[in-house]
Design a protein around this ligand. Structure first.
Ligand code: TYD
Ligand code: MG
Length: 454
């Protein structure tokens, strides 16, 4: 068999057919190493078909039944996984250091184990005694989880092969070390090699594998981004340091919907599930004040109400500031431009701050109208009614476009005691008892009606 090796840059992860002294992709010198396969043995005979032979799609046995899943009983986690953990799947859980990944996964491990799954938790960061202490603190010391403190990939694979657990948790992928790769643990080449071996193991043995990965905002550590395309499911654990809320978000899921979120609260005894996130996100709301607007959003399959806060003030600088937390800065610039061009409301000379309360990150265009309302409310110093929700997408022409799942948003608002909703005209939206709906065709009409006095 002809030997076909590839070469990988240990700095950026780019791969090349030939070795060279300098990486063409990132410009780093002396960073390219040869990839050596870990297990070079005879080809596996377990495949039914001849290796490389193609199979007709219709000849494959159809799986009418959905893939077998194990449920943890933590409903926020199970929903984000798409209804439970799929056997043989590989999942990446990414997040900032200290956000609570190890806590979440230790709790998940205990719950899966109590549900009858055999679980192996391998920590490369903490000693077994430390993990045990954490389990004590979480009240999970009695859970039948097996622990390992190990970083050598070869030993881990040997252990996994011998134990064949239903679920293996690797905390974290940055600490894993494959002795066949010539670079330090945490480098892109090491992370990639470890993720590759572990996901291959998951597929081969039907063990579900969860990999923990640290990401930093400035991307200094070799992040788990290179791992994202290797795994079936990518979850991100997010939250603001100062807040106790934590959000587990699926950004990719081969076995369920993406963009689903699970909401948790970090307490002194670990993570508690938050089954009614709207109530939580609105709990810090004071009395109606200028710049505050409640947006009726959808996260995955679930409606979530959240408060948007805007502050608009004359700038002391020559270049006014635009600062956004929890929303897209480019989208804010667009809304400001539409307000200026279509409604004749300038923001030049004014600093603009926009904040999504509670540490949630919103990606929906349906937040446009709520953002515009918050900005105008702050600029005009007019408080909007406290019992009103707002949603709808704004186009560059200033026209308002109906949002998806209008009825779900309205029902959630009604459930939480709101009595009015402001939304775009058109779209098929059912009436909801006890909720007064006001619809506008474009932004000019909305501004005229709501901020007429301004
Ligand atoms: P950890 O799970 O170690 O974070 P990660 O694995 O993402 O680096 O969580 C660390 C933080 O969580 C730490 O600052 C303390 C806090 N914490 C609590 O508030 N309550 C708890 O019960 C536990 C276990 C941790
Ligand atoms: Mg950790």
């Amino acid at each position: 068999m002809a030997k076909s090796s590839t070469f990988t840059c240990t700095a950026c992860g780019a791969s090349f057919p030939k070795w060279s002294g300098r990486c063409e992709a990132c410009g780093e010198w002396n960073s390219i190493v040869e990839d050596v396969p870990l297990s070079a043995g005879p080809p596996s005979k377990s495949l039914g078909a001849r290796k490389g032979a193609a199979i007709r799609l219709t000849d494959l046995a159809t799986r009418e039944t959905p893939p077998p899943r194990a449920c943890s009983g933590m409903s926020e986690l199970d929903r984000v996984l798409g209804g439970g953990l799929v056997a043989g799947s590989a999942t990446l859980v990414g997040g900032d250091p200290g956000i609570g990944k190890s806590t979440l996964l230790l709790q998940a491990a205990a719950h899966f184990a109590q549900g009858g799954l055999s679980v192996l938790y391998i920590s490369g960061e903490e000693a077994a005694a430390q993990v045990r202490m954490r389990a004590d603190r979480l009240g999970l010391a009695q859970a039948p989880v097996r622990l390992g403190a190990e970083t050598g990939l070869r030993d881990i694979l040997t252990t996994l092969d011998a134990e064949r657990p239903g679920l293996a948790i690797i905390d974290s992928i940055q600490t894993m070390w494959a002795d066949n790769v010539e670079s330090a643990p945490g480098s892109v080449a090491q992370v990639r090699a470890a993720a590759h071996e572990l996901t291959a193991f998951a597929k081969r043995r039907g063990t579900a594998v969860i990999l923990v990965g640290h990401v930093t905002k400035d991307g200094q550590i070799a992040g788990p981004r290179v791992v994202e395309h290797m795994v079936d499911t990518v979850l991100y654990f997010e939250g603001e340091r100062g807040h106790q809320f934590r959000i587990l978000r699926s950004v990719k899921n081969r076995f369920g919907p993406a963009d689903e979120i699970g909401v948790f609260e970090m307490t002194g005894r670990g993570l508690a599930e938050v089954t009614n996130p709207s109530a939580l996100f609105l709990s810090e709301r004071g009395k109606p004040s200028p710049g505050s607007v409640v947006f009726a959003g959808i996260e995955g399959t679930r409606p979530v109400l959240v408060e948007l806060q805007a502050l608009v003030a004359p700038t002391p600088h020559s270049q006014p500031r635009r600062t956004v937390v929890g929303w897209d800065g480019g989208r804010l610039a667009m809304i400001l431009a539409v307000l200026e061009a279509r409604c004749g409301i300038p923001f030049a000379g004014l600093d603009v701050y926009l904040n999504v309360a509670g540490g949630l990150k919103i990606g929906e265009p349906a937040a446009d109208l709520a953002v515009a309302a918050a900005l105008l409310s702050a600029r005009e110093d007019v408080a909007l009614p406290a019992d009103m929700v707002v949603f709808g997408e704004i186009s560059l022409s200033g026209a308002l476009r109906p949002a998806t799942q209008t009825e779900n948003r309205l029902k959630e608002a009604q459930k939480l005691g709101f009595t009015q909703a402001t939304l775009p005209a058109g779209g098929k939206a059912g009436e909801v008892d006890g909720l007064r709906l006001t619809r506008y065709g474009d932004l000019v009409e909305f501004v005229g009606a709501v901020f007429a006095a301004g």
